[in-house]
Design a binder for this molecule. Structure first.
Ligand SMILES: C[S@@+](CC[C@H](N)C(=O)[O-])C[C@H]1O[C@@H](n2cnc3c(N)ncnc32)[C@H](O)[C@@H]1O
Length: 310
């Protein structure tokens, strides 16, 4: 192999991931904020290390240059489909093919497969990786319903992305002008949408675990003085709530300051398909977006329920 020529070939590609092919051949990422990306990749890797890929069929959605597809293959996956919608990233899509060649890999590559159509192939997988994708989607519900179609009862789905920490639980933010993050759910909203698309067991692991809440402040030592106690009795006998509250506030320590602004958090969730009735859906889902698998298992009850309500 002409190493210099191969390196020049590698350098002509706009890489997302950092690969080390041995013999000094490496890719140079074109990512901004590379230190943050390296932290995220380490985080994903530590999580994927506990996933059993051995002998499994794997679907990697939004694989880009295939880093996690090769990872799964190296950990014994029987087959890997690295899928992507090339129109959705800034590379020309050549990287994954060159990496496949250099690794001597046999992963399957489909770069014309949007997550919105992933079920159209009619295939089911043992492990589905959906890493770093959901927050770029305009229709995350539709995407997850499609992923649900690709599951059999034993499938494991691993999902990674950022979550909002400063919204209320179950809220999510859409900002189509922000191409770093078009859809930002809270972890509860992400778990809810997973439940709504017939997944279960979506416990979240955090890259930066939320800080523990500060301990409640200790009350000042010593008993309260007789004047205070007498005043409190008077206020209590008068039934004056505001006066009592004012009195208590005056002798209790101020609440601790809120934890520092933690911005958005990175989470990874591992979930499995759920078969049964999801109480979120009192009525049939609009627009026929419900997962076929879900219809198969729950359709009769949902229909019966809907009829009763008419
Ligand atoms: C931030 S990269 C993540 C790459 C890789 N999965 C990882 O975790 O390192 C986002 C990927 O999602 C893909 N993507 C975005 N929208 C998509 C869609 N609608 N269908 C399929 N892939 C999509 C992009 O093409 C890109 O490969």
């Amino acid at each position: 192999m002409d190493i210099a020529a191969r390196q020049a070939e590698l350098d002509s590609i706009t890489w997302y991931h950092e690969f080390d092919f041995g013999n000094g051949l490496r890719t140079r990422t074109h990512c901004h904020h590379i230190e943050q990306h390296r932290r995220i990749w380490k985080f994903i890797e530590s999580h994927l290390s506990s996933v059993d890929f051995h002998g499994k069929s794997v679907l990697d959605i939004g694989a880009w240059d295939g880093y996690w597809s090769f990872f799964a293959e190296k950990r014994g996956a029987r087959s890997v489909l690295a899928s992507d919608d090339l129109e959705q990233n800034w590379s020309a899509g050549r990287g994954i093919h060159l990496a496949k060649d250099l690794f001597g890999s046999s992963i399957e590559i489909d770069q014309q497969l949007s997550v919105y159509e992933v079920a159209s192939r009619g295939r089911k997988f043992d492990v589905i990786l959906f890493l770093g994708v959901y927050y770029h989607l305009h229709a995350p519900f539709h995407a997850l319903a499609q992923i649900r179609h690709c599951c059999h009862p034993g499938t494991v789905v691993v999902i990674d992305g950022p979550v909002a920490t400063e919204l209320r639980p179950n809220e999510a933010l859409y900002d189509f002008a922000n191409h770093y993050c078009e859809w930002l759910p809270t972890v509860e909203a992400l778990q809810q949408i997973l439940k709504a698309t017939y997944f279960t067991g979506s416990e979240a692991g955090y890259l930066d675990p939320p800080p523990a809440p500060p301990p409640p402040p200790a009350p000042p030592p010593g008993p309260l003085g007789w004047r205070w106690r007498l005043g409190m009795c008077r206020d209590a006998l008068r039934g004056s709530r505001p006066d009592m509250v004012r009195r208590i506030t005056g002798v209790t320590p101020p609440p601790p300051p809120p934890p520092p602004n933690t911005n958005n958090k990175r989470v990874i969730l591992t979930c499995v398909p759920y078969e049964g009735v999801v109480e979120l859906h009192d009525y049939r889902l609009p627009g026929g977006t419900e997962a076929k698998a879900a219809r198969r298992t729950t359709g009769r009850r949902v229909k019966a329920k809907t009829k009763r309500r008419k």
